[in-house]
Design a protein around this ligand. Structure first.
Ligand code: GLY
Length: 357
């Protein structure tokens, strides 16, 4: 089993990565005693797949737990869902000595983490991510929250879990699109931080797609190690953590302009190429590096071009409302080689137009 730590002083926590580690959660929690009772929060899809299994595992370890579900879908990542779950917890008598387990993908982790940050002014929570995207990204680092009609993730909190359990076997039930979406974020780590990891991804594509256990564990461990290092240095995204947004600035705008028909990871793939092109135009990236980034994404079956039918003006409107803008200036994360990026708001409208068109 791989075990990492996110180093945040007295809020540090372990990340366990192992095929089948779901089965060990009961034994682990009976040792660590994070909560007296557990509320397992899951969506209607994941609850059906793994809910009962987790409750049985906890029960066998003598741990009291109940399931609390919400209807699957990003459209339910709302305050209303959090309020409803909080009421259910209150009616079931959960108190501040109890804890929450987030069992599911990014939406579940965001909702359950935010619920944990606010219920009884904060109770502990544990992440058991079940999608590749949540295993390599959202379950680590403590970003929690919900969407508003005015935009995604507009209400939330930085609230770190007490532990993350990543069972790589659950990826077997992921559909191809979800796997691909997660892989875009995996490739992102290679571009922003680690050329050796980028080369591993260039070499191991086939074994990654066949979900070869040892390669998948290596891959997820490397992503979580990078994320843990970045978060430990800059938990609240004052500086370094912004590099995790590589591909997300234009990516989010493209995702929005497609009315969310393009899934997040695939929009990020397009955004990574667009950001690399901006870097070329600024004279800070060599053409062969852009070619390498484009080639790996194409080899994984990901889109690299903004779909021709997307309204460019709409993409620019989304860019202007990017919530990570500082004083109205959009911040771009641009690669300058494989394994290295820089952050700049010095990107003219003319350069953006060239990349969008
Ligand atoms: N997903 C980017 C971050 O956690 O900062």
């Amino acid at each position: 089993m791989a075990e990492l730590r996110v180093g945040l002083g007295d809020r540090s926590y372990p990340i366990h990565i192992e095929p089948g580690c779901l089965d060990r959660v009961g034994a682990e929690l009976s040792k660590s005693r994070i909560g007296n009772r557990y509320a397992v929060v899951s969506d209607s899809n994941v609850a059906k797949l793994y809910g009962e299994r987790l409750l049985n595992i906890l029960d066998s370890a003598g741990i009291s737990a109940r399931m609390f579900t919400f209807v699957a879908g990003e459209e339910n990542k709302t305050m209303a869902t959090v309020t409803d779950l909080a009421s259910q917890l209150a009616r079931a008598g959960y108190d501040r000595h109890d804890a929450i387990i987030a069992l599911g993908g990014g939406v579940t982790g965001d909702i359950a983490g935010f619920l944990a940050s606010a219920y009884m002014r904060g109770i502990p929570f544990i992440q058991i991510p079940t999608t590749l995207l949540s295993q390599v990204d959202s379950s680590v680092g403590g970003k929690t929250g919900v969407d508003l009609p005015e935009g995604k993730n507009l209400v939330g909190a930085f609230y770190q879990p007490r532990a993350v359990y990543i069972d790589t076997e659950v990826l077997q039930t992921l559909d191809d699109q979800e796997l691909l979406g997660g892989l875009a974020e995996v490739i992102k780590y290679g571009v922003i931080w680690d050329e050796g990891f980028f080369m591993f991804l260039e070499k191991e594509r086939e074994r990654i797609f066949s979900l070869a256990p040892e390669v998948i564990v290596d891959m997820i461990t490397r992503c979580c190690a990078i994320k843990a290092e970045v978060v430990a240095e800059d938990e609240r995204e004052g500086g370094l953590r912004k590099i995790l947004n590589y591909g997300h600035t234009i990516g989010h705008a493209v995702e929005g302009a497609s009315s969310f028909q393009l899934i997040h990871g695939l929009a990020v793939s397009i955004g990574m190429v667009a950001a690399a092109r901006l870097s070329i135009l600024k004279g800070t990236l060599a053409q062969d590096v852009l070619d390498r980034i484009t080639s790996i994404l194409i080899s994984y079956g990901m889109p690299t071009e903004i779909p021709g039918d997307l309204d460019r003006a709409e993409i620019k409107r989304y860019l202007k409302t990017d919530k990570k803008a500082v004083s109205g200036k959009v911040q771009f994360v641009l690669p300058d080689k494989i394994g290295s990026t820089y952050i700049t708001d010095d990107v003219s409208v003319d350069l953006i137009d060239q990349v969008l068109n």
